[in-house]
Design a protein around this ligand. Sequence first.
Ligand code: ATP
Length: 373
Amino acid sequence: MHIEELKLKNYRNYDQLELSFDDKVNVIIGENAQGKTNLMEAIYLLAFTKSHRTPREKELIQWEKDFSKIEGRINKRNRTFPLEIVISTKGKKAKLNRIEQKRLSDYIGSLNVVMFAPEDLSLVKGSPQIRRRFIDMELGQIQPTYIYHLGQYQKILKQRNHLLKQMQYRKTEDRTMLRVMTEQMVEHAAIILERRFSFLELLRKWATPIHRGISRDLETLEIRYSPTIEVLEDANKEKIESIYLHKFQEMEEKEMERGTTLLGPHRDDLIFYVNDKDVQTYGSQGQQRTTALSMKLAEIELIHNEVGEYPILLLDDVLSELDDYRQSHLLNTIQGKVQTFVSTTSVDGINHETLNKAELFSVMNGVVENVEG
Ligand SMILES: Nc1ncnc2c1ncn2[C@@H]1O[C@H](COP(=O)(O)OP(=O)(O)OP(=O)(O)O)[C@@H](O)[C@H]1O
């Protein structure tokens, strides 16, 4: 799939923008703070309705304006359709084919995007939250109903934590409400876990050979899921549910004492092993980068396999962070198959034939121009 056109109005430092893109590689060149990431963010937003760098949507509206509009024309399976996001001080609207979609899960998945930014290089080293986010974003775009369950889970979790806090202070003895909430939450938790397990199986299938290829057969990557309960990855939803319920019962006193939920997918993690050693603890920076790159490339292949089309790849200021070998590996893999947006302050360090065939754009202070290659 690819994005044919992008239109922005009052978006960050763009007053008004209308661009047509190449269906292969588009390179956006500009000095710092000119609007490169803003452009990438707009494409990301069209896919997920959310920014990758801020949860505060008001920040996306151009200063002094009261709304912001992002429109894209997407080509998927040789059919084109429009996507539109409008953010105003009153809220956000997402339109697919000009029809407003009230539920996120009805919108997400229409455009598949993989973003690779410098912060993704800390997928291995960073906090568990980064790794959970990786799973959630990826799973969400191939299985939109996952987003629904995640949303429900998070809603009940928040209420449950609130109740546990109250119980912690008031030392109330009536646990009926807590148990009702636990049951409701566990229903979604079990679905989330079951789906994460199957997703992981797919991810391993792609990531393992990719990692082996990048490391020239020297490294074997293993990805393990670390849940808060003892459960086998082939357990079905009912089995996971019963394990959760049992464990929640066991933990009831402790949760009340601590005033927070101690179990569930919101506390799980992914652990990466290279040649049987935990990469987070023992891996070199190079191994951590190879792992992050393998995960991103696996993400691309996985979407291709599940959706039937390659996603759009956003490489925001990340190429210069990769050495020549990893850079070439990445560019060779995507060449000709994946519509790619590369943002960079200079093309100097990027010597690859893919870039020679690319459409070049320059961006300065929110104004984008085509550059003759
Ligand atoms: N809501 C907004 N309204 C107007 N301008 C904004 C808004 N939010 C951010 N900006 C401006 O956008 C610019 C930053 O753009 P962006 O983050 O895309 O930089 P960049 O070109 O990717 O640079 P770098 O290479 O430093 O990451 C800054 O000048 C900032 O002041």
